[in-house]
Design a binder for this molecule. Structure first.
Ligand SMILES: [Zn+2]
Length: 476
């Protein structure tokens, strides 16, 4: 029997790494800080891609592909952008055995290379809006890394939209955050807090950065994705201009928005338990696993024949798998599929064949029910829906239980240290208070919630007036 993973209560970080490796989502690669996404993890990522990609296309976004290598001078064109990314840049200085005249940067993000092309493609107001997304890898030289959460190279999508007016780009940055929220809550079953980043936390080069913050099983925050209103900060240095209806040259207004393989780590930590992963049915590479149970050869023939009929009756829309491997015991298989987070297990033994029934076992609750084989597909579909909603409801309850409204800094420090979670507290808006709180507690402002204004109060740090509560947490 396979060894159990370290319990979450004992060492959460160790639990996380063990689950990622044991469930075969990813493994460490030869280069420090980089990882291999294994077939099971990649299948999960492909389902994330499919779900999101359809949502993007439904609102008129097209996919394209831009190069990995970017001239170094491009990155330097936007002052905040270069300052923000310089410490993480990987620079190529040699090619074909010779030193390059101009060094090349391996993309940490693609604003600059994409907008150098937008400058050529956008001529008049008729070319707007332009909405392009790319699925690709990016490289950032991170010092402290962790599988899926922070690696030197990761996969993501980055969308880049261009508009004629400031209103449209602001509206778009929020619309794209809404698309992500829809996806994250309804597909990954993770509830989020939506809001704006503070000046110190926003994307280098953005006017505004919007974010979705989720709570992981150890009560830390994880930034799931971001959507930026870039204003004209990039269109000016890259000369992305269009002729408006009265034949005047104008700079475009832009947004960029991204979600990465980090989301896989979020799914592990939001839903996983001491038995391993627990995947949301809408994204699980295998939604249902059928485990036949037999002792004698006579039983084996009978059970397998029945199991095969059942598989056929489940149809093509469900992602199912018959585990008829003979080298492993049913108990071993149960553990294995629990570790891999398959939402539903169907057990079938000789007695079930006789009674024309099966046993269904939910991964999220462990609940077992015996149901007739007749009408199995409908039952399975209904149960998968239930698992999906239950995972969300459970994560939502956890988020609420671990969110605290606090007014004194003493309480703030005590709660963040002893309980963790999200702290909704008043903040005066000063970067100094934000920095001091971070220095003294390691908690950062995760988001200024959209509906935050309304309840005025006093800054939790220095007592100056505040127009609303913001969300603080220790974060990944
Ligand atoms: Zn303050």
């Amino acid at each position: 029997m396979a060894e159990k993973v370290t319990p979450r209560s004992e060492d959460y970080a160790k639990w996380y790494t063990e689950v990622v490796q044991r469930a075969e989502l990813a493994d460490y690669a030869p280069v420090r800080g980089s990882m291999v996404i294994r077939p099971y993890g990649y299948a999960l990522w492909e389902n994330i891609q499919r779900g999101l990609d359809n949502m993007f296309k439904a609102i008129g976004v097209q996919n394209a592909y831009f190069p990995l290598l970017i001239p170094h001078s491009f990155i330097a064109k936007e002052a905040e952008h270069v300052a923000g990314f310089a410490p993480e840049l990987v620079v190529v200085t040699h090619g074909g055995g010779k030193e390059l005249e101009e060094p090349l940067v391996i993309r940490p993000t693609s604003e600059t290379v994409m907008y150098s092309m937008y400058a050529q493609w956008i001529q008049s107001w008729r070319d707007l809006p332009l909405k392009i997304n790319q699925w690709c890898n990016v490289v950032r030289w991170e010092l402290r890394t962790r599988l899926f959460l922070r690696t030197l190279e990761f996969l993501w999508q980055e969308g880049h939209n261009a508009f004629a007016t400031a209103e449209e780009s602001e509206e778009d940055a929020r619309r794209m955050l809404g698309v992500y929220q829809d996806f994250i809550e309804n597909w990954t079953a993770i509830p989020v807090v939506a809001g704006k980043k503070t000046e110190s936390q926003k994307f280098p080069g953005a006017v505004n950065t919007y974010t979705l913050e989720a709570m992981m099983g150890d009560r830390r925050a994880l930034q799931c994705c971001t959507s930026h209103n870039l204003g004209q900060n990039f269109s000016k240095p890259f000369n992305v201009q269009y002729l408006d209806k009265s034949n005047q040259l104008q700079y475009v207004w832009q947004t960029s928005w991204g979600l990465s393989t980090r989301m896989v780590g979020a799914i592990v930590m939001a839903h996983g338990d001491d038995q391993g992963l627990s995947l949301p049915p809408r994204l699980a590479p295998t939604q249902v696993v059928i485990v036949p149970i037999w002792k004698s050869d006579a039983e084996k023939a009978q059970v397998l024949a029945n199991a095969q009929q059942l598989v056929a009756s489940l149809g093509k829309d469900l992602r199912h798998r018959l585990d008829n491997r003979e080298e492993y015991s049913p108990g071993w298989k149960f553990n294995e599929w629990e570790m891999r987070g398959v939402p539903l297990r169907i057990e079938i033994g000789p007695r079930d064949v006789e009674k024309k029934q099966v046993v269904l076992v939910r991964r999220d609750t462990g609940e077992k029910t015996t149901v007739p084989q007749n009408g199995l597909q409908d039952k399975v579909v209904a149960l998968l829906d239930e698992v999906q909603s239950n995972l969300y409801a459970r994560a939502k309850a956890f988020l609420e239980e671990n969110s605290h409204q606090l007014d004194s800094y003493a309480d703030f420090k005590q709660v963040i240290e002893e309980k963790g979670g999200f702290i909704w507290a008043h903040w005066c808006g000063s970067s100094e208070c934000e920095a001091k709180i971070k220095e003294e507690t390691t908690a950062t402002i995760r988001a200024i919630p959209f509906d935050h204004e309304g309840e005025s109060g006093k800054c939790v740090y220095d007592g100056r007036p505040s127009r609303g509560r913001v969300v603080f947490a220790k974060a990944y």
